[in-house]
Design a protein around this ligand. Structure first.
Ligand SMILES: Cc1cc2nc3c(=O)[nH]c(=O)nc-3n(C[C@H](O)[C@H](O)[C@H](O)COP(=O)(O)O)c2cc1C
Length: 210
């Protein structure tokens, strides 16, 4: 009698474990799918801000080239094409701020003119360095339309360093890091334009945003 009750309890416990195990596996798989969908949505959002709809008839999220940037980071170049011609590209660039690495997305047209820049991730201080975010101010919008020769190379600095870009009150390190990252991002385009715009270049694998 006692043995039978132990067996019954054991079976009930086993069934619970199996049930919870299955539930966990299903939840885990749904969460992973959700994270992947959100990452894709995020990328789509940031790309649509630096590549205007009017310049492409493809989907830049899936038209990619894998490259290494000047600092050795693996980056994905997203391409805008219209009637089969590359009209612009967007790619991740990295700056060094007060709180650490600042990750941005830079969009440039085929002539190397900035279509837009947006901050993707940063650890700058709220109220001081975070004015680089578009939702905190229009500072980052002032780069649209600029290129390596506009302003001239020695003006690609914050005003405090003799350049043309405003620093923030009490915060020069963050904007200095961003201006430098953008200028280096334009240098990268100038040096690698042929590969970035080559329609036969190997595609980048789809990856998660970090
Ligand atoms: C707690 C704290 C947080 C700060 N956060 C930032 C920041 O996010 N970005 C920034 O540029 N400066 C920040 N600063 C100010 C910098 O230390 C520095 O004084 C400022 O950027 C001016 O730099 P400059 O002396 O090179 O002009 C912070 C300072 C303190 C004390």
């Amino acid at each position: 009698m006692k043995q039978q009750s132990m067996l019954t309890h054991g079976m009930i416990l086993g069934a619970f474990c199996l049930g919870f195990g299955l539930l966990l596996a299903v939840t885990n798989s749904l969460t992973a799918q959700d994270i992947a969908a959100r990452a894709l949505e995020d990328r789509q959002n940031s790309l649509s801000q630096v590549i205007p709809d009017s310049i492409h008839d493809n989907n830049p999220v899936t038209d990619t080239v894998a490259m290494k940037d000047g600092q050795g980071n693996e980056i994905t170049v997203y391409r805008a094409t219209k009637n089969g011609n590359v009209t612009g590209v967007a790619y991740e660039i990295f700056g060094s701020g007060y709180g650490g690495k600042i990750k941005l997305m830079l969009g440039v047209d085929a002539q190397g003119k900035i279509l837009g820049v947006r901050v993707l991730a940063h650890k700058e201080t709220p109220g001081l360095g975070d004015k680089i975010e578009v939702k905190k101010g229009d500072w980052i919008l002032r780069f649209t339309g600029l290129s390596l020769d506009n302003p001239l190379p020695d003006k690609w600095k914050v005003k405090k360093d003799g350049g043309q870009f405003d620093q923030f009150a009490g915060a020069t390190i963050t904007p200095r890091g961003v201006v430098r990252a953008i200028r280096e991002g334009l240098d990268f385009f100038a040096a690698n334009k042929a590969h970035m715009m080559d329609l036969n270049a190997p595609k980048a694998p789809m990856k998660e945003e970090h």
